[in-house]
Write a protein that binds this ligand. Sequence first.
Ligand code: FES
Ligand code: FE
Length: 435
Amino acid sequence: MSRIEELKSMVDLQNGRIDRRIFWEDWIYQLELEKLFAKSWLFVAHESQVKNTGDFVTTYMGQDNVIVSRHKDGNIHVFTNSCTHRGNRICFADRGQARQFTCNYHGWAFGTDGALLGMHEETHYEGYINKAEHGLQNARVETYKGLVFACFDDEAPRLEDFLGDFRWYLDVILDQTEEGTEFIGGCIKNMYNANWKFGAENFVGDSLHVGWTHASGTRAVSKGGEVPEYMPVDPESFHANANGHGWEGGTDGVGTLALISSGDPTLVEYFENERKNMAKRLGELRARKLYGSVISATVFPNFSFLPGINTMRTWLPKGPRQFELRAWTMVNKSMPDHIREIVQNACVMTFSPSGIFEMDDGENWENATQANEGVVTRKQSLHYGLRSGTSRRDDPELPGNISKPMYSDVNQLAFYQRWMDYLSADSWDDIPKFR
Ligand code: FES
Ligand code: FE
């Protein structure tokens, strides 16, 4: 059996069964790097992080470290952070301002667009190098309403198509106001000894774990009030997925997580006003059904967020058994300072290394990754069949594939379908159409 056939036998989406080996086998991880992370659009920054010429941040696309930088032509460039001379890392900062990037080893210098600028040319290199051939490798770059995505594959569809129907949902957090959004504060980093897919699949639609995993934290923030073991099923809630991206939404209110984290009445007022403004902009349906929803979302493959407190996060793979979580707080540019502070504090209190919810999840994902590797354990497949087959494309109100109400594996199944599409494809023709 070829590796691809073996891989296909591991994910039985019809019956909702997944082989545990996908969470730790090294050859599968290598396939992910080559066929998924090197081919897919990946979130790399928010435009507000690279506002001015020379602003840069560094991040990872798969395990390739990249520099995201605003060049003097006004464009954002994304290129590999590895010198084309001996491969040394060029930039060691997470973010900053630079006119050029100069390598520590022999002093080769690169522009903020990745072009090779010079290297003692006149004295040593005259006649030995064509600089145009040795610039840093640029990725394609496209933005969607403030979010910057990059892709190393020239044949990949445009970002707009890659996001497809999911843009309708993304607009709820990116396009509430005319002024748009921005990241505030710094980046919160956090290492997990777990497979990156556990973060992505949890945020793609796993409300099932919330009341149970986060029970003690929820009790703490509810100040001793009655908290059910499972959140009651919200009949208005739904799972939406498109192209592997998934959103789990409900009607439970205005930034619920931020509210329970602060109890500040000015926050309630702010969110209620914003909801009215957004209704004018994006329509009543989205304002009623999606705004402030406490449930979560993932942009395939590894960019997730919680609408409400607006923690935006990437699950950066560091091998099959480890990932780095990088998280930011996003707010509307028009948000008043004291509300920003409340939202940012809510993020830190809930989803950060010291937050009351973050470690609950991390512990589960680390234990699942480790336990799945047992030589006997690994032979038994995992159940992903909750409400499988209930996802439909013909909802009169909501675009994408929809399943109602909450508590289902449909978005996880759609995520792993797309994952399998990428890993098993020889070319873009093999990947089912984006829509
Ligand atoms: Fe960068 Fe030599 S490795 S200049
Ligand atoms: Fe959680």
